[in-house]
Design a protein around this ligand. Sequence first.
Ligand SMILES: [Zn+2]
Length: 228
Amino acid sequence: MTFRHHPSPNFGPRKGGDRISLVILHYTGMETAAAALDRLCDPSAEVSAHYLVDTDGEIWSLVDESQRAWHAGLSYWAGETDINSRSIGIEIQNQGPGLETHPFPRPQMDAVSLLCQDVMLRHRIGPAGVLGHSDISVGRKVDPGPEFPWARLAADGVGFWVDGAARPELDEDRALAALRAIGYALDAPMTTLAAFRLHWVPEVAGDAPLDPLTMYRLQTLAARMSGL
Ligand SMILES: [Zn+2]
């Protein structure tokens, strides 16, 4: 795996030990990787990530993995709030949804997959540890967005995906319990349900009433991810 080095000054020491248990995926929301690189290395922007993956699959290394990069911001997952200290942050060049959609090209996703597998192997992170910014900053962030090919990554063991659908009984209390077991913050449950759908049930509108497909995937993921 080859990286191009473009060091960012935006990092600090990891706090509370060096345990790295999460990989957080982002999109840049900018027009070009060059513009994103500038911003991620601008001291006044106070943001960074460990890596940036361009649309052609080129991988830029910005912050050493031993250091705490500044990509998660205000966030929560499974009882932890300093996600920057616990994670590797990967920015993926994509403008994000606007008037038109912006699919993630195959060479880019091949590189993202290999990079994630490499990070996961070195830090012993399982599929449950691969999340989007939208999962950990519910209601505040939507990246990597509805176009992101989570299923394609999961086929490589990068993150979990649930296919198929049983028709379980709908039960809102059990749905909330599943969200909590997976790791989500539950300050605003309907917003959290929308964040869950953005990642794992893109077929269903975020604000729709609880439906069987969402319920099935909630319960399946809760069983796989809780306590991991
Ligand atoms: Zn982000």
